[in-house]
Ligand binder design. Structure first.
Ligand code: MGP
Length: 295
C-alpha cells in the first residue's frame, strides 16, 4: 500500500464518516428522479420514433419492378428510372406523382450546387430527389410535404442514400408552414406541383396553373428570405417571368438542359440571382447538366 499523509488520511476518514445531510439526501433523490425521468423521456422518444418509422414504412408504395407495374400516365419514366435515382435498384419508392415530378438526379445535384448554403428549406419534398442532394451541399435541410405517402418515400429514399439523419421532416402544408415558422432559412427551394404531365400540352404555362395559392406562398417566403430558387416548367410564359421580377426584384432565369434539350426553367431571386448570373456556365462542364442563364 502506498504512503498516505496524515492530513489526507484525516480527510479520507472525514469523508467516510460524514453523515448525509437532509440537503444531500434531497439532492441525491432529485438527481435519481431526474435520471429516471430522463431515461423515461428517452424511451418515450425512441418508442415514438419507432412508431413513426413503422407508420411510414406501412405507407410506402411497393417497389416498382417493371414498366407494367406503372400507370399509363407514367410508363414513359420507367426507362429513365436510373436517371431519376441512380440507386433506383436499391429499393427506391415512388407514388405516381413522384414518377412524373421528381427532379432527375443529375439536375438535383446541379441545383444543390447552385443552392449551396447553411440552411435550406425545400417546401415540396415530393419523394426526396432534391432533399437527398441538398443534404450533400447544405448544413441544415428542412423539408415540407403535405402528402404522408410521399413524405414516407422521401424518408425511405433518403435512407437508401444514407442521408436520412441529415434532413428534418415536416408533414404539412407549405403555406401554413411558411406563415407560422420562425425559421429564417438562407434559401427556400420551391418545386411545386405543376398540375401533372399534362402541362406539356400547353403552349404557355402560367402561374395560375399551379394548384395552390402561389402569390400567397411567395409572399410568405419573401417575408423570410429574398433567396428563392424555383423549379418551373420549360414552357413558363414570359409574362410570368416579368410578374416574378415585379414581385421579387431582379431575377436570374436559367434553362436546365440535359442531352441537348431544355427540361425545366429555374427562377432565382435575391442574392442567389446575383450569384447565379455571375457564375453562369461556371459549374463543371463535364456534368450531364448545363444551366443556361438567359436573363
Ligand atoms: P417531363 O414532363 O417528363 O418533360 O418533365 P421532358 O423530360 O422534357 O419530357 P419529353 O417527353 O418532352 O422529353 C421533365 C421534368 O420536369 C421531370 O423530370 C420533373 O423533374 C419535372 N416535372 C414534371 N412535372 C409534371 C412536374 C410537376 O408537376 N412538378 C414539378 N415540380 N416538377 C415536374
Amino acid at each position: 500500500m502506498g504512503k498516505i499523509s496524515k492530513a489526507k488520511r484525516a480527510a479520507k476518514r472525514q469523508r467516510t464518516v460524514d453523515a448525509p445531510t437532509d440537503k444531500t439526501i434531497a439532492d441525491a433523490k432529485a438527481a435519481t428522479t431526474t435520471a429516471v425521468e430522463a431515461s423515461a423521456a428517452t424511451q418515450d422518444r425512441n418508442a415514438k420514433r419507432k412508431r413513426e418509422a413503422q407508420n411510414a414504412a406501412s405507407l410506402l408504395p411497393p417497389p416498382a419492378r417493371s414498366k407494367a407495374a406503372l400507370s399509363d400516365r407514367v410508363k414513359k419514366y420507367w426507362f429513365r428510372r436510373h436517371t431519376l435515382f441512380s440507386r433506383f435498384d436499391e429499393g427506391i419508392r415512388m407514388d405516381e406523382q413522384g414518377w412524373f415530378s421528381v427532379t432527375p438526379e443529375p439536375i438535383a445535384q446541379y441545383l444543390a450546387e447552385r443552392c449551396r448554403c447553411d440552411t435550406i428549406l425545400d417546401l415540396f419534398a415530393g419523394v426526396g430527389g432534391n432533399a437527398i442532394q441538398f443534404a450533400e451541399t447544405c448544413e441544415q435541410v428542412v423539408v415540407v410535404e403535405l402528402d404522408p405517402v410521399r413524405m414516407a418515400c422521401t424518408q425511405h429514399n433518403a435512407e437508401v442514400y444514407g442521408v436520412a439523419d441529415r434532413i428534418e421532416y415536416v408533414l404539412g402544408d407549405a403555406i401554413a408552414y411558411m406563415e407560422r415558422t420562425r425559421a429564417v432559412p438562407d434559401v427556400v427551394f420551391l418545386s411545386p406541383p405543376w398540375g401533372g404531365p399534362e402541362y406539356l400540352a400547353l403552349d404557355e404555362y402560367m402561374f395560375d396553373q399551379i394548384p395552390l395559392d402561389w402569390p400567397r406562398l411567395l409572399a410568405a417566403c419573401l417575408a423570410k428570405t429574398r433567396n428563392l430558387a424555383m423549379y418551373m416548367p420549360k414552357n413558363l410564359s414570359a409574362a410570368c417571368i416579368q410578374e416574378m421580377a415585379a414581385i421579387a426584384g431582379p431575377l436570374a432565369v436559367e434553362e436546365i438542359v440535359t442531352h441537348g434539350s431544355v427540361r425545366a426553367v429555374m427562377l432565382y431571386t435575391g442574392e442567389l440571382a446575383r450569384v447565379v448570373a455571375a457564375t453562369a456556365g461556371a459549374l463543371d462542364p463535364a456534368d450531364e447538366v448545363n444551366g443556361d442563364v438567359v436573363v
